[in-house]
Design a binder for this molecule. Sequence first.
Ligand code: FAD
Length: 388
Amino acid sequence: MAGTRDSEEIAGIRAAVRALCERFPGEYWRELDRERAYPAEFVAALTEAGFLAALIPEEYGGSGLTISSAVAIMEEIHAAGCNGAACHAQMYVMGTVLRHGNADQKQRYLPKIATGELRLQAFGVTEPTSGTDTLALRTTAVRDGNDSYVINGQKIWTSRAEYSDLMLLLGRTTPREQVKKRTEGLSVFLVDMKAAGESLKINPIRTMMNHATTEVFFDDLRVPAENLVGEEGQGFRYILSGMNAERILIAAECVGDCKWFIERASKYARERSVFGRPIGQNQGIQFPIARAYAQMRAAELMVHEAASLYEQGKDCGAEANMAKMLAADASWAAADMCVQTHGGFGFAEEFDIERKFRETRLYSVAPISTNLILSYLAEHVLGLPRSY
Ligand SMILES: Cc1cc2nc3c(=O)[nH]c(=O)nc-3n(C[C@H](O)[C@H](O)[C@H](O)COP(=O)(O)OP(=O)(O)OC[C@H]3O[C@@H](n4cnc5c(N)ncnc54)[C@H](O)[C@@H]3O)c2cc1C
């Protein structure tokens, strides 16, 4: 199922990603899933092929591609039955450094991120007590003289922390009651996780899918002041500015998942014969597949709309959020349809459907849950009163 509006360049990217993914079939993912192991070979192959450096400008060693190209990459990975969650953040977390870092930080980090020598794919925002209410986070970064900040606190759901050299961390530099605007007082740091020693502890969290997520504890972790990104106190704004890219790319993954589920279901419905005819001849089987296809196409259009606005430098907050919500809804509906179409075999590990079903469920909750997207649309697009 190719994209409907692909340029020649994007069609070429899709073909290259497909070819790479063929080296990582269902058995590869099943084995990792059983062990909850990291897909190191898959990530290395994507890195080597340069796909994870798609959004890094050429002057820093990346390929300087558009977000539409990055969308094609993530979508194809998922449409091939693979999972980009192990490394998708390597593609977009660096955006905060690119947009808000100083010249020295960009020179120091971006070329190495582009080659994969440095992995910046841990994103420390969520905390156990604050949840979605990011402004209530409690991790503190206290300035100690001119040279450093001292960080104390805890993050949760910090994915890929064990497989990252750097973490982009959001911490409070000014107590909440001392800031003029409620969105101020938080700052972003690049934390060198390998140099942190005993001051940083990582505990893996086992989840329903293979996701390498963790909780992270900071105990008097000293971070050089030069690792502050942008201006002290403005970190919340910087984090928000990176979220549109994240949402568009995760939405693309969901569209890819939809395509995988729809293709699998259609094939099975054509081939499986019960009562002497293909099950796909029954409208009770056809219609859910057709509905999933229509939902996928609608979500795909919204992903393209958001990507197009993003590329033109226009505000795409509403579209990026809607793309993520519609695509996550569509992939979950397609997952459910695919299980139903396969009957008992939908539950068998060797069909990969139950694994993809578990994997795609995440995206209605993370990186932002459906309710929070709806409340964003209600307040910022429809002018309804703020509810929280
Ligand atoms: C596998 C996994 C990986 C993750 N990776 C990362 C990561 O790498 N980095 C990171 O920082 N975070 C990460 N997250 C965290 C993720 O972004 C949050 O789980 C998500 O934003 C929801 O926050 P919460 O879990 O604290 O839910 P809560 O904020 O506690 O919300 C619980 C439920 O209540 C609803 N709710 C809350 N407030 C309202 C309201 N005002 N109106 C209506 N409904 C409301 C929410 O929509 C949600 O359904 C990850 C999470 C998971 C599960």
